[in-house]
Design a protein around this ligand. Structure first.
Ligand SMILES: Cc1cc2nc3c(=O)[nH]c(=O)nc-3n(C[C@H](O)[C@H](O)[C@H](O)COP(=O)(O)OP(=O)(O)OC[C@H]3O[C@@H](n4cnc5c(N)ncnc54)[C@H](O)[C@@H]3O)c2cc1C
Length: 402
């Protein structure tokens, strides 16, 4: 494998760097650095989304005919790497990276015309209605019921852990349309408007104080038949397609490596256990190097998968491997961050947002204030998108053939 970048790649990298230096305001960088959550809130994210859209770089993963950039895998990777190094806001994947590939792959021309542009402009925000109380890992057992009534479905049930449902205009939702066939065959993929009387959103506050997830109640909620993706009963196929994108559609290594680089720097200003700075401590250096090696190995796998995607192949079950490694590493990096800040890293600021918030005064630095909320928030990485145990089952069956 040739690991060096071509002159064209290096020119592209310089172009991205210059763009970020000129167009990414400090306020948005601070917003990214002030959130313990996986995605930034829309008040930060949408502004960055619009800047990227204006440059034509928002939908870089989409097919070119729908606004994609046509970048090579290496360009795509370099872009993500530079964004991570520059503290660019982590945008919600729900519209841009989850429902969009579904609409381009399975949607009608009318659905593409109606939804895609509004995702790009940030006019429509989305949430994912898959999990239910009792149906998470065993998703095919879901009970939310959709009954056809003329040109619409009447939907009843409840969805849980619904990220950003409180911001969303639309939910992409799995509902049971046929209870009399085997569970996977009776599921349909519906797009449901959130601003209707049949929808109630109840906040769930995480242990770090974040309001990211919700329980959504559907009581005679309506979904139009024209807003159904694919055929009735095709929902399971579409759901799995989306989950593969959710697990492997984004590169995690660039941000992990950027965060490790930052920790290395910050540790130079932290007192070590004995003499000198923590950054000079042999044990700290060993742990940092181990995590960096693992993140670099993940980087290679992510580049390989990007290469396969560029050849038109599906992400496939190896995305479970990426999800497993990336989520575990994320937690280890966030754990090391707490330890890096010593006592200062133990404070738990629960007020939100943390960015732009000077009260109460943080103990120590801003990064120290963020360490514990981020550590607690990142416990969810090994659960959402399918738990690590479930990823191991998939790897055992579909990758190793056990
Ligand atoms: C922060 C966060 C955000 C989320 N956002 C969304 C969202 O936007 N939309 C959405 O639909 N869902 C969302 N989820 C839900 C998430 O997908 C589920 O929590 C996840 O799939 C696990 O399901 P569960 O919580 O029902 O746990 P369960 O399925 O009940 O699992 C409980 C435990 O049993 C283990 N387990 C279960 N089955 C097996 C098995 N076969 N073999 C071995 N171990 C097993 C699990 O690994 C886990 O440790 C989110 C979750 C979190 C934490």
């Amino acid at each position: 494998m040739d690991m060096s970048f071509s002159a064209a790649d290096l020119a592209f990298q310089a172009e991205v760097r210059a763009f970020l230096a000129a167009e990414l305001p400090q306020r948005l960088r601070d917003g990214m650095n002030g959130t313990p959550s996986v995605f930034v809130e829309p008040e930060i994210g949408i502004e960055w989304q619009r800047i990227l859209h204006a440059r034509g770089w928002l939908a870089y993963q989409w097919p070119v005919e729908y606004g994609g950039t046509g970048w090579t895998p290496v360009q795509r990777y370099l872009f993500e790497k530079e964004c991570a190094l520059a503290d660019a806001p982590a945008l919600s994947v729900l519209g841009l990276k989850l429902v969009c590939p579904v609409i381009t792959q399975f949607g009608t021309p009318e659905q593409k015309a109606r939804f895609l542009e509004r995702i790009l402009t940030g006019e429509d925000l989305w949430c994912q209605g898959y999990s239910e109380p009792g149906s998470g890992s065993d998703l095919a057992s879901l009970k939310t019921r959709a009954v056809r009534d003329g040109d619409k479905y009447i939907v009843n049930g409840t969805k849980i852990w619904t990220t950003h449902a409180h911001y969303a205009d639309w939910m992409f939702c799995l509902a049971r349309t046929d209870p009399d066939v085997k569970p996977q065959a009776g599921i349909t993929f519906l797009l449901i408007r959130m601003d209707q009387p049949g929808i109630t959103v109840r906040p769930i506050i995480g242990m770090a104080g974040d309001h990211e997830v919700n329980q959504v109640f559907l009581d005679d909620a309506e979904a139009l038949v024209v807003d159904r993706i694919g055929e009735e009963g095709q929902g399971w196929t579409i759901a799995k397609f989306l989950l593969e994108n959710e697990r492997g559609g984004s590169c995690a290594a660039p941000r992990l490596l950027a965060d490790l680089g930052r920790l290395e720097q910050l540790a130079q200003a932290q007192p070590g256990g004995f003499e000198g700075a923590l950054g000079q401590d042999a044990d700290f250096a060993r742990r940092l190097a181990k995590l960096r090696l693992e993140a670099e190995a993940l980087e290679m796998t992510e580049l390989r998968v990007l290469g396969e995607l560029a050849q038109g192949r599906k992400p496939g079950p190896q995305t479970s491997l990426m999800k497993l490694v990336a989520s575990t590493l994320r937690q280890h990096v966030d754990e090391l961050a707490v330890e890096t800040f010593g006592y200062d890293g133990l404070q738990l600021a629960t007020e939100r947002p943390l960015y732009g918030n000077e009260s109460p005064e943080p103990i120590g630095s801003k990064p120290a204030q963020l360490a514990m909320p981020t550590y607690l928030n990142s416990r969810a990485w090994t659960i959402f998108g399918g738990s690590n145990e479930v990823q191991k089952n998939i790897i055992a069956k579909a990758v190793l053939g056990l």
